[in-house]
Ligand binder design. Structure first.
Ligand code: HAM
Length: 428
């Protein structure tokens, strides 16, 4: 029996043997995660980590029971005490749960939190869509202002720019308040009724349970029908309109291009007012590199204080795939600076001590610990792309002199063993 990763899950490896799996290589993830932490910190966000599972009700109440996530995609199970638990399908609800549980609001009026962690959704597997995926998310709590919306969008845009990504589109919409959506839903239903039988199966279901999500349909026939559908923007209250105009003008002010997309409604029920998504031309059908919006009211709905909030989630898998597709500049993977090959047991003991000392000086050093023959050890050093190699046997120990060989050039430098650390440091 050969065990395999479960469908929709994947390993992140030092090197993926499958050329199509380059996006699963750890150095890319480390590079991205490092930049995420840098950018989030620059914008004043602090990291939060929540448990992998939560009570199921947290998600049903916040995301909405008629959404795809809750109705079809959650990994829900009962523990031994018969509690219904769910592997988190998204990060906003857990962060709000922590915020409320720990009375964060008593520590100050504004809280800016970010996270980088895995999410679980039982989705149909396809390129860019996984059953375990990872998100970088931010949640800015406490400020109801277009400035807050644009600060958060700017953060994500900056991350993408710093990664070297291009050809991105920022889609922007406002879905207004409850009243606006109620009136809009009413008219949308009337508009769609005559076309009901022509709608795709999925949209027919949504017609009954989650009407606005029909706007999201990628089905060409649905899209044609929707061309003349009413626009949510015509239903916004005066204050929502002014708010949305301010978001647009602030984006212009800071030089972020956007497209107003009135069919953008998002797949989670907690949103109101501004919603956005950033897409990449490089990805196929699953082209959303990240999305989010305002969710004033959610904290109160979950039993906390009535505080406004704005945030997003961005999929790490898709970001890395776009980085590769656009051949952005990438840091090279980790390589040892030097590979030390001892010949004989006395040399091995001495070399082992030397390696331990070099590492105390922050040098990346590896040593032949096994019994490989010199030729094989050299081949291995080449494979792991060690920059230098040194072979140390009885002669070197007696003379105290070693030959430092640079693998790429073949150049050799003779130096005293005592000065090896200093010499290597010069190459850092
Ligand atoms: P979401 O749109 O469901 O939003 O997910 C955010 C991002 O996660 C997507 O734009 C996409 O990049 C990535 N993503 C989602 N599902 C998958 C999947 N199955 N495979 C690969 N990538 C995926 C949320 O989850 C909200 N909590 C975002 C948010 C935070 N809104 C406010 N605060």
């Amino acid at each position: 029996m050969k065990y395999r990763t479960v469908k929709g899950a994947f390993d992140i490896l030092p090197k993926d043997p499958d050329p199509q799996g380059a996006w699963r290589e750890i150095h890319l993830w480390q590079h991205l995660e490092k930049l995420i932490r840098e950018v989030a910190t620059e914008y004043g966000f602090q990291e939060i980590r929540t448990p992998l599972f939560e009570t199921t009700e947290l998600f049903t109440r916040s995301i909405g029971s008629t959404t795809d996530i809750v109705s079809k995609e959650m990994y829900t199970f009962h523990d031994k005490a018969n509690r219904s638990l769910t592997l988190r399908p998204e990060g906003t609800a857990p962060v709000m749960r922590a915020f409320i549980e720990k009375n964060f609001e008593q520590m100050g009026p504004v809280h800016k939190l970010f996270y980088v962690f895995p999410m679980f959704r039982y989705e149909r597997q396809q390129a860019g869509r996984y059953r375990q995926h990872h998100q970088f998310g931010v949640e800015a709590i406490g400020i109801h202002s277009p400035y807050q919306d644009v600060e958060v969008i700017h953060l994500l845009w900056t991350l993408y720019k710093r990664l070297g990504l291009s050809k991105l589109t920022l889609h922007l919409n406002s879905i207004g308040d409850l009243e606006a959506r109620k009136a809009f839903r009413h008219d949308l239903k009337i508009y769609l009724r005559p076309y009901f039988n022509d709608l795709s199966q999925e949209s027919q279901t949504r017609y009954q349970v989650n009407l606005m999500r029909i706007l999201d349909s990628k089905n060409p026939k649905d899209q044609k029908i929707l061309q003349k559908a009413p626009s949510i923007l015509d239903y916004l209250s005066e204050s929502s309109k002014i708010y949305f105009e301010s978001v647009c003008s602030l984006l212009e002010n800071v030089g972020i291009p956007y497209q107003i997309n009135t069919t953008l409604v998002r797949g989670l029920d907690y949103y109101n007012s501004t919603v956005f998504e950033i897409t990449s031309d490089e990805l196929g059908a699953q082209n959303s590199l990240g999305g989010g919006g305002r969710y004033d009211g959610l904290i109160e709905q979950l039993g906390g204080p009535d505080l406004p909030a704005f945030g997003f989630g961005a999929g790490l898998e898709r970001i890395i795939q776009t980085m590769l597709a656009q051949s952005v500049h990438l840091p090279s993977p980790y390589h040892a600076l030097i590979y030390i090959i001892p010949i004989g047991s006395e040399a091995k003991e001495r070399c082992f001590k030397l390696v331990c000392e070099l590492r105390q000086q922050h040098l990346t050093v590896e040593m032949e610990l096994g019994e490989r023959k010199l030729k094989n050890a050299l081949r291995y050093a080449n494979n792991i792309k060690a920059r230098f190699v040194v072979v140390i046997g009885g002669e070197e120990l007696a003379s105290g002199k070693v030959e430092l060989k640079e693998m790429a050039t073949g150049g050799v430098e003779t130096l005293s063993l005592d000065t090896l650390a200093v010499r290597l440091k010069a190459y850092l």
